[in-house]
Ligand binder design. Sequence first.
Ligand SMILES: Cc1ncc(C[n+]2csc(CCOP(=O)(O)OP(=O)(O)O)c2C)c(N)n1
Ligand SMILES: [Mg+2]
Length: 1066
Amino acid sequence: MLRVVRALNPILFRSLSPTGVSKRLLGLTGCNVLGARLLSTASASSSSDAATGAAAAAAAATAAQTTHRQPTLAESGLSSAEDFLNGTNANVLEEMYELWLREPSKVHGSWQAFFRNIETGAPLGQATSLLSRPQRERISRAAPSVTAGRDVLEVARDTVRVMSMIRAFRHRGHLVANLDPLNLSQASGHVVAGAHEESALSPARVRYDLDPVSYGFTEADMDRIFYVGGDLPGRPLRTLREIHSMLKNAYCGTIGFEYRHMLSKEEKDWIASRVEVFGPMFRFTPEEKRQIWNFTAEAELFEKFLSYKYATAKRFGLEGGESIIPGIQAMLLRGSELGIENVIIGMPHRGRLNVLAQVVKKPLEQIFHEFNPDESRTRVYLAGGSGDVKYHLGTSSDRTLANGKQMHLSLVANPSHLEAVDPVVVGKTRAKQFFTYDVDRRRTMALLLHGDAAFAGQGVVAETLELSDLHDYTIGGTVHVIINNQIGFTTDPKHARSSPYPTDVAKCVGIPIFHVNGDDVEAVVHVFRLAIEYRQRFRKDVVVDVFCYRRHGHNELDEPSFTQPLMYKKIAAHPTILQLYTHRLVNEQIVQPSEVQQMRDQHMRRYEISFRNAPNWKPRDSDWLASHWKGFKSEFQLSPIRQTGVDRDVLMRVGRALCRIPESLHIHPHLKRLLEHRKQMLEGEIGIDWALAEQLAFGALMCEGTHVRLSGQDSERGTFSQRHAALIDQDTEERYVPLDHIEGDPPGQFRVCNSSLSEYAVLGFEVGYSLESPRALVMHEAQFGDFMNGAQVIIDEFIASGEKKWRRQCGITMLLPHSFGGQGPDHSSARLERFLQLADDDPDEIPAELGMDNRMQIQRANLQVVNATTPANYFHVLRRQIHRDFRKPLILLTPKELLRLPECRSPLADFLTGTRFHRLIPETDPEIATGEKTRRLIFCQGKVYYELVAERKKRQIRDVSIVRLEQISPFPYDRVAETLSAYPKAELVWCQEEPKNAGAWFYVQPRIRTTLRGLIDEAHGKHRVVAYAGRKPAAAPATGIYTIHVAEQKELIDQALSDEPLPVTV
Ligand SMILES: Cc1ncc(C[n+]2csc(CCOP(=O)(O)OP(=O)(O)O)c2C)c(N)n1
Ligand SMILES: [Mg+2]
């Protein structure tokens, strides 16, 4: 309240000269306001307080009735010794106060008490309630007579109406802000979708809401003063005209602030304090204006230059939206002052070349070269990859900004799939924050640019936003920029979204949205600065929606008038942003007309020089594997195969942490048994199971300095209640992560996190995380493998093809529960076939080098698909991801039934130094016939192996060998060849539980055939063929009827173990 008094003192009593005051108070306003204020505060207090407050308000309101000049203290006939209740006039009040300040004893005791209370910070209403009892009693005696008057109610009503008007501007002012540079008809659906005439969003309706007339005010009220202290910044007493004009400027100018949906009062107040400014909201120095002008020119002329030089090329130019470039530049500069050192950028096609050139400072020579690539040089650059179109490529750079600060910028490569890069950028940002100890996330930020249609339409936008405030996924805020050109290809907003703005989806996480007219480049710069200030202060996402237009068609070769003839007529007649701004600065005499051409020539010359040098551009080595990736091998440099076994002491150290919990932690009794069980496994009494093997792998990697991150729905406990990587106290729900308590504080950190219920964004996030540094084992786990097709875009575009397109390695590991246990069509299959179909190893060609010393098969492949059938092999394949000098995506099918199968255990010895991953596990039963005595050789993968073995044992079959393909892709030709040679007379069978049109059959069949062809002679079975035992083709991955599942499973096992040879289709 001190604030109110402080504000009130100079303004109400000092700053207004008596004449000024009397002018203002003509119509009785000061006391009106004071009265209303007293009334409003009193209404919230106790009844006796209310009476006092109301009395004072009524007194003020009575004065408000006077329509002529108010008397001074001398004229009033009042003496300074006048009792409190009789002081009803603003001038008198003012003079009384002045007098009290000079000589307190000269005013009546009641006034002394009142002013004292005000000065000590009492709210206005309470200021009277703090009077002495007799004073209050006199007030209450007087109250009935004055409160009965209707003026009191009018005062209260008018004040409430002013507040309602303020509220209307805050909530809805943006709907009639001057946002659209083209001023398209809103009813046509170009600007605010759904804003047709009858709707509540129609501009006419909104404008009426914002008009004082709609609150019952007339022109005569416009100069009345209202008390708005605490509600609006600046002087607490304002005329209605001032209030209305300030609100109009603030909310209906070229910026539309949409933020009242936010829940945090602190954040809303912060924004309001920056928006509701009496006077110009932003003012730039002449130097700043010239800088903005220069950036605008750079952006516009760059597009012009490209259009001259490459008239027939698609570049998805920025024309119409160039002001985002000065906006981003200003944001970086302001960000650097606020601590930002790294910016990771993701963006679509629109304006990408411009951002690359002006913001990321990708060498112009390289950009121009990519328009006209020299084939042989490009092949070198691609280093065996397939490359991508120029507007998908990423890059990074270190810039020195105008203020001398350094900033690292990286633009992440992306596919055509709009918005798919969003979670990837966010994950990469999180990883960078982790590896640079950016604990409060103020040094590294993400900047995501979006198209208006894509932002509204693509679900991954919402999924990514939902990650923004989650403990294990937050990055302390992303700045989102929408290049809102009011069109998506050929589709108008009214057909592209149901929400008024493209940005409405961002409201789901309660973040501010700043809409801005892209033609007002200064407003754009202001808003970008505000956005970064908000991000740095509150560490949350923020959206800048730049309303602009697309000067050409979707690309420069497209004809936009086929579909938007009226819009494009307007665009053709519309001056460019640079023209508009130049005109403005010339008018303001900040730019001389003679400089305009000079500046243009200067930029064009610079572009021309780079253009001429473009043919000489050579790729830099540093482009390939930068920063954390130094020393990692490309597919042309051998990375030796290493053992992945671990010293017993290390395993025991990890094991102790896994089995020991503090006494103070009260865990569920079942978990106590689980820990006991794990102890027995480590002591060698029983074999090690899947879940323990996994955590031993994690712990051992941590001891070696690797950061281990596992994220997915329910990953802490594990879908099948097998993992329990975090233990929960039964009394307090405190979370205890055993791997955080390995003795000796290992250098690698462990993070296991339950994710939001998203596959697309969460997998994208983890891919981004794994792109940042090779020094982490980053795993994403699907709750069931079936659900991963929700992330198919990430799988196809980043995991399967990212390295080949963009020359960036990625070691993401996907854990996909997969097996046919009768749980129905959607809890059985991780769609193994999809991953195998994406694998790029050649089915018809056996790699030349497959020895331990020269094998580079995985290095050259695009991904690995593994289904380990033993805990030890699982342990080793996880460790192998890190124990190599390259990174490669690993698709790991993981078990369900095997998690608790006693046969699926591995002895401790299989984890120790000297052991490693086996791509193929041969027959292990010594009782089974070998060599020529083997009648049938079954190849299989996954859980069905255990079922085959159990049935073979039951039937006492000894002449059928069963071999497991653990690494399905790249296909282990050498190990399969060895096996085939070892059983020269055996009939070959591939057995799988997946339907025939799924699983691995289509993938292994040609490769087994190729392997057989490669065998040296007939004796080794050169012309043998492989038969199929398994389910028939099916539309759904599995049946929903358990009994049918059982019957099918029995049938395929029967086929595989049948006495008669199986039919072969070649
Ligand atoms: C997921 C996806 N679907 C469809 C497309 C095809 N496509 C390319 S650009 C485009 C229009 C995008 O409109 P907008 O997001 O407004 O960006 P603008 O081109 O207007 O800048 C479409 C539909 C795509 N690239 N990605
Ligand atoms: Mg668009």
